[in-house]
Write a protein that binds this ligand. Structure first.
Ligand SMILES: [Zn+2]
Length: 325
């Protein structure tokens, strides 16, 4: 099935229109009595259609409601074409196509281990950006601590690239073949009653340094839907938005996933953040403080957190305006 036909199918089954948000489409879930739009779907890099219900319907329930099977969700087959060939993008320059960002889909080479895949990503990027440097490798594990993917962070220019373990145990450049990620540091979340969710792995590491249990999703502010958040079920959640529009959008998307499965979701709004700032910037601002002072200040901000959704605070008055009054 092609993606436009799938959107039409969902609309006809629910009798409600779907709406496009970037690469995602959102609308009412076909599998449950959905009063607020809980359903989202998107076309993955390899041509498969992915679905998610924030309220917790399983993929199987969604397929059943739509009267489709797994095989219908793949790229359309033309006569004499194999499934793999159909998965190739029509043109190499098509949006979200394979090689543009080193994503999988076309001529996916295998690497014997994660290190070899990391080196291959770096070599690919270096062809375009000779100055590029690798700064971090964020390891993604399942809840039982099995490494299945990693996100490599580069600078000069700043960019992120995923690598993932294929079914045969070899490594490839691109998203996991199951097309869904587990929250970052999933292996550390199991016993936690409270989990903090900032945007990005670097911010998770910053919060962990001060003794907090934290997680985030791979792929940044636009892609909360690529993560299976069910591991956070039953936990109290604190969202730590970046101070900008995409940051607010991100915590809203995360909230959509968690609202039905978490008893309490609050938002921590750090004071004095610059535009686009996050917990890492806040820590830089408070560098002279001791570890205990930072911990105490963070505990205070967590205490002040309000139930989400709540409106972001008004922007501080312009300093020039203040002088004039
Ligand atoms: Zn549903």
């Amino acid at each position: 099935m092609d993606f436009p036909a799938f959107i039409k199918l969902v609309e006809s089954k629910t009798g409600r229109p779907m709406k496009q948000y970037g690469v995602r489409w959102k609308g009412h879930c076909p599998a449950h009595d959905d009063q607020s739009p809980s359903f989202s779907c998107w076309l993955a890099d390899d041509g498969w259609i992915c679905v998610n219900c924030f309220a917790g319907c399983t993929t199987r329930q969604i397929y059943k409601a739509l009267e489709v099977e797994k095989k219908d969700m793949g790229p359309p087959l033309r006569p004499g074409m194999s499934r793999t060939a159909a998965a190739r993008p029509a043109t190499p320059s098509a949006p979200h196509s394979a090689n543009k960002n080193g994503h999988p889909g076309r001529n996916k080479p295998d690497y014997p281990n994660a290190r070899a895949a990391v080196d291959a990503v770096a070599a690919l990027l270096r062809r375009q950006h000779p100055e590029i440097e690798r700064t971090n490798c964020f390891r993604y594990c399942t809840a039982d601590a099995k490494l299945y993917a990693a996100v490599i962070r580069f600078r000069n220019p700043k960019t992120f690239r995923p690598i993932a373990r294929a079914a045969d145990g070899k490594w490839q450049i691109g998203d996991p073949p199951i097309l869904i990620w587990f929250p970052y540091h999933a292996e550390r979340l199991g016993n936690a009653k409270t989990v903090h969710v900032p945007e990005g792995e670097k911010c998770v590491l910053a919060l962990e340094k001060y003794g907090l249990v934290a997680t985030t999703s791979a792929h940044g502010a636009q892609c909360a839907d690529k993560t299976d958040w069910k591991i956070l079920s039953g936990k109290n959640i604190y969202l730590w938005p970046d101070r900008d529009g995409p940051g607010e959008g991100y915590i809203f998307d995360v909230w959509l996933h968690l609202r039905a499965i978490c008893p309490q979701i609050k938002v921590v709004r750090l004071p004095g953040l610059p535009e686009g700032g996050d917990i890492c910037d806040w820590l830089k601002q408070h560098k002279p403080w001791t570890e205990d002072e930072i911990k105490a200040a963070l505990a205070e901000e967590i205490d002040l957190a309000k139930t989400y959704p709540s409106p972001p605070p008004a922007p501080p008055p312009d300093s020039a305006e203040v002088e004039n009054t």
